[in-house]
Design a protein. Structure first.
Length: 311
């Protein structure tokens, strides 16, 4: 228990160092960020655990939360997710990862489209325009250096809102620490996300959602079953807000998994749109099917389905 507490304190301390160095330069008081598509869940599995993912490793979803987690990806893999809510919007993701001799490489495409929205122009005519359409391309790499996994992402963001377009570039940086214990494995992670240029619509430039994540997770395996618990504390620099994300997963016979996640906004609990997530998954040979649903106060209830293939 003392070892767990020490490692958690180290992870939080590293996160605070990153926070102090970045807030001074980049934060200009509480505000809002553009490119909110960058903050959406990238897989049903991560969503089902409340996105408490910055300390996890060996999965494609790690590319979105902490690229260092890709370093232990053993097999070539591809993953696709589709999200649907009550509105007519579409959100899809496509991820790919491969272990190479020099590093583990990953890539993703994220697409969001609200569809066309009818409105009246200044002359009073009814017109139809695309409300919002975003495309995010990410290329990342990870490697263990002297036993410490580190990772880097390069991002390109293209966004269109009611016919006005904007582009931006960003990077993610991440690191992890792993330790095998007598009764399980403990991991900690820290990442800096969406550090880059602004999205400029017409003449107005908006910052990307700069995020600093730190987290800790613990996994215990017994026979062919496993229990995983994790906690993340992402800090959104522009909004000056911090969340606590809690996730748990129980896997039976390496085949069926049940997941749960809880999200708490430390500054204003009423502002958390999707506080509870639940999910499940089935893994058979090289195939995986995952499902997650978010429980929201406005009953929009986003449903997410992911499929993954390893080869």
């Amino acid at each position: 228990m003392k070892t767990i507490l020490k490692l958690f304190v180290v992870a939080q301390f590293i996160g605070l160092i990153c926070l102090n160095s970045q807030v001074t330069v980049l934060a200009k008081g509480a505000g809002s960020s553009a490119g909110i598509t960058l903050l959406q869940p990238i897989s049903a599995k991560a969503s089902g655990m409340g996105e408490a993912y910055s300390s996890l490793s060996g999965e494609l979803s790690c590319l979105h939360y902490n690229p260092a987690g890709l370093s232990s990806l053993e097999e070539q893999a591809v993953s696709f997710m589709y999200q649907r809510g009550l509105a007519d919007d579409n959100f899809t993701t496509l991820l790919y990862g491969k272990k190479c001799p020099f590093a583990v490489l990953g890539a993703s495409i994220v697409y969001y489209d609200t569809g066309k929205i009818e409105m009246y122009n200044t002359e009073g005519d009814l017109i139809s325009k695309i409300g919002q359409k975003d495309v995010v391309l990410t290329i990342g790499g990870a490697k263990e250096i002297k036993g410490f996994p580190v990772g880097l992402n390069l991002k390109f963001i293209s966004s269109e809102i009611f016919g006005e377009s904007a582009t931006a570039f960003a990077i993610d940086l991440g690191g992890q620490y792993k330790r095998d214990l007598a009764d399980g494995q403990l991991q900690t992670g820290v990442s800096l996300q969406n550090l880059g240029t602004k999205l400029t619509y017409i003449d107005e430039g908006d910052s990307l959602p700069l995020t600093i994540r730190s987290g800790v997770s613990y996994m215990k395996e017994f026979s062919r079953n496993a229990v995983l618990v994790s906690c993340d504390t992402p800090y959104y620099v522009n909004e000056e807000e911090m969340l606590i994300l809690l996730g748990v997963e129980y896997t039976y016979n390496k085949l069926f998994s049940l997941r749960g996640g809880y999200r708490l906004n430390m500054d204003d609990a009423d502002k958390e749109d999707e506080p509870i997530n639940i999910g499940m998954g089935i893994t058979w040979k090289n195939y995986a099917l995952d499902y997650a649903v978010g429980i929201t106060e406005d009953l929009s209830i986003p449903h997410r389905v992911s499929v993954q293939l390893k080869f």
